[in-house]
Design a protein around this ligand. Structure first.
Ligand code: SF4
Length: 398
């Protein structure tokens, strides 16, 4: 478990300014400064961190696959003394990304084959995934959409906004739109406001979700102005993405608090990653801190079969063991649903440890989190003569 004891503590530490002692607080807290000063070249990275040979080769290879880019805020969470640091391994490329295992795919969720309009994925009848941008504040090395995200790979995202809006307008069965990408919160307030306003003008769209890792990579972007704009578009939900308790700093907690104060229900999606968070104590610390940040742990994903991810993927059994280690041992609200996105476009498939021992006519035999065995009797039909007796008694008392 490559984590420090402080990672497991239910406390929120500020890491600013860390590697940037020369930077004034005003600059540090400016999201534009954070974006302008992202680490996106080998030379820059090597001035701040001693790389392993595997990382240096990984950075050199990343240029035509998935770009490297790390906000100073997120970079500060890296422990420079630890080559297995769980933050470092999420965002610094590694030579292992250059190998595609036989089971891996460029589009593991089969999104490209479900696009009626470029950039709009319509797989389930009543909801769509709207890929509004291919850019993020930082890039995750296991990104399921790395075929298009960051703009350096072979494939490019060519979202046609107007065509997508028109498709939504003439498709009344769509009631739920998830804005994703890339990261929609990278857009200016004005641009995002226009997109949300247009969606809100479509009567059959009942609610909108935004998927974003900005609150984690760039909490400075969650300004009061952004929150005031988002608040106009309720019902609006936001799914954040965080994998390790160290990511939940005091700045992130405050940013999430601003979103929650704007009335936005917040959920978290984590990806199970080898040596990063595939341990029950790390997951427990993460979900407890999420609840303290007013975020409901929502999904724990088995890492998709994305090309070049075998070094970051872990076994399904570990995920099941984590759920087993949470259920009954902590608050029900803290337990995410463990899922696999069915490879090739199967959608989310829930996975749970087996709590049903047998199912027989009239009864189910169950086990609880401590291994205790319990019998639950299915409903018994009231016998006819008893029912008729009850009717007679009711008439007598009338
Ligand atoms: S923030 Fe999301 S879309 Fe962007 S690189 Fe990470 S996983 Fe991919």
């Amino acid at each position: 478990m490559a984590s420090r004891p402080t990672d497991l503590a239910p406390s929120f530490i500020s890491h600013a300014p860390g590697h940037w002692p020369e930077v004034e607080a005003e600059q540090w807290n400016d999201p534009r400064w954070q974006l302008r000063n992202r680490i996106d070249s080998l030379a820059e990275l090597e001035t701040r961190l001693t790389l392993t040979d595997e990382e240096r080769a990984g950075v050199l290879l990343a240029g035509n696959k998935l770009a490297m880019s790390i906000t100073p805020h997120f970079f500060n969470l890296i422990d420079p003394e630890d080559p297995d640091c769980p933050i470092r391994r999420q965002v610094i490329p590694n030579i292992n990304e250059g190998w595609t295992a036989p089971e891996e795919m460029a589009d593991p969720c089969g999104e490209d084959s479900h696009m009626p309009v470029p950039g709009l994925v319509h797989r389930y009848p009543d909801r769509v995934l709207f890929l509004v941008t291919d850019r993020c504040a930082s890039y995750c090395r296991y990104c399921t959409r790395s075929r298009v995200v960051s703009g350096v790979g072979e494939q490019h995202l060519d979202t046609q906004m107007e065509a997508a809006f028109r498709y939504l307008e003439r498709t009344p069965e769509v009631r739920d739109v998830l804005l994703s990408g890339g990261d929609p919160l990278l857009f200016s307030d004005d641009k995002l406001d226009k997109i949300l306003t247009r969606l809100r003008s479509i009567p059959h769209i009942q609610f909108v979700r935004i998927g974003s890792r900005i609150p984690i990579f760039l909490p400075q972007r969650i300004t009061p102005e952004l929150c005031a704009m988002l608040k106009k578009h309720h019902p609006l939900f936001i799914s954040i993405h965080t994998n390790h308790p160290r990511e939940l700093t005091s700045e992130v907690r405050d940013a999430l608090g601003r979103l929650a104060d704007a009335g936005i229900p917040l959920g978290n999606q984590s990806v199970l990653l080898n040596g990063i968070n595939d341990h029950v104590e790390i997951q427990k610390a993460l979900v407890h801190k999420l609840l303290m940040c007013r975020v409901r742990p929502y999904y724990l994903y088995q890492c998709d079969l994305i090309t070049g991810s075998s070094h970051l993927r872990t076994s399904v059994t570990k995920g099941l063991d984590i759920i087993e280690g949470l259920r009954g041992h902590t608050t029900g609200y803290a337990i995410p649903q463990f899922v696999i996105d069915g490879p090739g476009g199967g959608g989310k498939i829930p996975l749970n440890p087996e709590y049903v021992i047998t199912r027989e006519p009239g009864r189910v035999i169950l086990r609880n989190y401590e291994g205790g065995v319990f019998e639950y009797a299915e409903p018994t039909v009231i016998p006819e003569d008893v029912l008729s007796g009850l009717h007679d008694r009711a008439l007598e008392t009338a």
